[in-house]
Write a protein that binds this ligand. Sequence first.
Ligand code: K7E
Ligand code: CUA
Ligand code: CA
Length: 609
Amino acid sequence: MNRKSTLLILLAIAGTVAFMRTVGCGSARTARSFAAEKVYVPPGEHDKYYAFLSGGQSGSVFVVGIPSCRLIREIPVFEPRAAYGYAVHEGDPRRQQLIDTGGLWGDTHHPALSETNGVYDGRYLWINDLSNARLARVRLDYFEADRIVKIPNLQGAHGIAVVSPDTKYIVVNGEFEQPTDGMVTNPAPYTSVVAFVEPDTMEVKFEVRVPGNIDIADTSKDGRYSFSTVYNLEQGKDMGGMIQFDRDAVAAIDIPLAAKNAAEGRGHVRNGVPILEPAENPGVLTLIPVPKNPHGVNVTPDGKYVIASGKLSPTCTVIDTHTLKIVAEPEVGLGPLHTTFDGRGNAYTSLFLDSQVVKWNIEKAVKGAPDYIVDRINVHYNIGHLQAVGGASMKPAGDYLLALNKLSKDQYLPVGPDMPEDQELIDISGEKMKMLASFPTPPEPHDAEFIAASLLAPKVKQVFEPGRDAVAAGRESVVRTGPHAVTVNMTMIRSAYTPDHFEVKEGDTVTFRLTNVETMRDMIHGFALPDHDLNLALPPGATKTVVVAAGKPGVYWYYCTNFCSALHLEMRGRMIVQPKDSTVAIPDWKAAQNVQGTVPGVPSTGAGQ
Ligand code: K7E
Ligand code: CUA
Ligand code: CA
């Protein structure tokens, strides 16, 4: 070999090595670039989907953009949030509603989107509070919780589902069994109920008794059945008692029949709600035996099957939604919890113990074909729910799947013993699943629903319509409404409060009715009052009312907490509290004026009050 050809060979080798470096020697680097490109949304561009994640014990809903995995906002629901001026202060009707229905915290598990013709319509999102048996409705035009109701006769409101295809009811499952007649002295085994809630009025129309307990819910796509997993058919009162039987059940409730029987007065009314007893209402409840202690229950997008995930059994049970007969029990892996769909005939089941998502072909499993398992992918770690885009609707998109993992362990920088929750976004558009990204959240998302940005974004309002109680610009006032009561009707706009000062007396109760009269989007003003435990945020158009005690004599600056303009720091005013025995006459800040609206102290944000 001459020197020239040796040189050429060496050059060729060097070139190949360099080339292989560039393309990343095949898999690792290309997989990374593929994933990075898939989740990259350039600054200024928007995500393709909204994902609504239940906030678990944060009592809220997290809104995440997909595929970028960026947290866009949190919707506080069952827990007050000062940053959003939500339910924190006395006088806020949402706070009172929370107190009246069970408390200032919640445990949210399952978001459910309203449907028209089996697809999401972008009107409402419902979310449960397991701990205090509540159901909340979030208006998606304002991203605000507008109704919160307590579900009577039921403890542990766990699984919820919208009745497909047209949101006739919201189904709410009672997980924690109770004495059937509510009497603790009754020695009879405990039972639970499934509640059916009317979506517009949020009234509980009827409930159906189930022997045992009820866990997760879904409905058939034709409005006929609700399906709930029952893991305590034993009616045991401790863990040992709940795992005695080899089989528990999926409870199928015939919704039209139950509604008819309830309307005919065949229920026993308790706390204002008719409860249907299965023994007196044949055909309303069917218990389908499935392997012991099942968890998730999910209806396929075509409505043909309902799939119960085994949890303690390594199987999924496939049930025909018309005959209510079991048609397959495929083995999928250890700890199957929940199942979702891509609309191409595949099911994706979360495996809690295996820390995996398993993809399997439904018809192959039903036919008994041995090769029904299509793919598996590892997740980090101990996955609970998983949800594909549109997976709970009749039209899944088949592009992305979110794994909601229970543990993050080494996924992120250590931040003390309390680690964040971990979600992972997986590409399901091809035969093989591909891991794209992971993102942390505060505790603890259980489930998620997605809605296309193209559908929802145009419906979202950016300014509140001024409510009946709004204070109009030019109609601000400070009114003494009683010997020890003052109402301040105030407006705010860049970069001033009107009035910017007023005087009250020690011992007074001060009611602030505040309106942000901005009409431009994103012009939020805050209202914080030092030493009075008061901080509000008012988006444009919003009105909020709060009541505080005037407190000790002194000068108190109220100020804006949301950076709004170059004069944001100057956006402040004084509440001057005169001593009780002060002889100084308090000057009227513009004597009582005619303020728009009639009832001082009836607050509203403008959304659905
Ligand atoms: Cu499986 Cu409450 Cu839906 Cu959590 S539940 S995982
Ligand atoms: Cu208004 Cu800052
Ligand atoms: Ca059991």
